[in-house]
Write a protein that binds this ligand. Structure first.
Ligand SMILES: [Zn+2]
Length: 111
């Protein structure tokens, strides 16, 4: 669905049908994360990560923090690979081991 910030996001859900007014972020949250608000989408890196990385093994967890001296939320993402564990680098690039595997497959396929 399209988030309040105007980006497609796999985890965002809304339902305004039949008088309902429901907006949800269904991304996994870090336990100490603040409660999600629709305005948090504006600062969330998840849509751009999903757009850049379509890996089925990519898992994301978000942490929403609210800083007193800063207007607006701060959303950070923890990424990991369901096969290989935490992803240290840029989640847009994804798991280096999975990427190496698919490079291998490609090389073999091209012979
Ligand atoms: Zn992996």
């Amino acid at each position: 669905m399209i988030t309040p910030a105007g980006l497609e996001c796999h985890y965002y859900y809304e339902d305004f049908a039949r008088g309902a007014s429901r907006q949800e972020c269904r991304a996994a949250k870090v336990p100490r994360s603040a409660v999600w608000r629709p305005t948090d989408c504006a600062d969330c890196p998840v849509p751009s990560i999903l757009a850049a990385n379509g890996s089925t093994t990519l898992e994301l967890r978000i942490l929403i923090s609210r800083k007193k001296l800063r207007l607006g939320p701060c959303v950070t993402v923890e990424a990991w690979c369901s096969l290989h564990g935490p992803i240290d680098g840029d989640p847009r690039v994804g798991c280096t081991e999975c990427n190496a595997d698919s490079d291998d497959l490609l090389r073999r396929a091209l012979g």
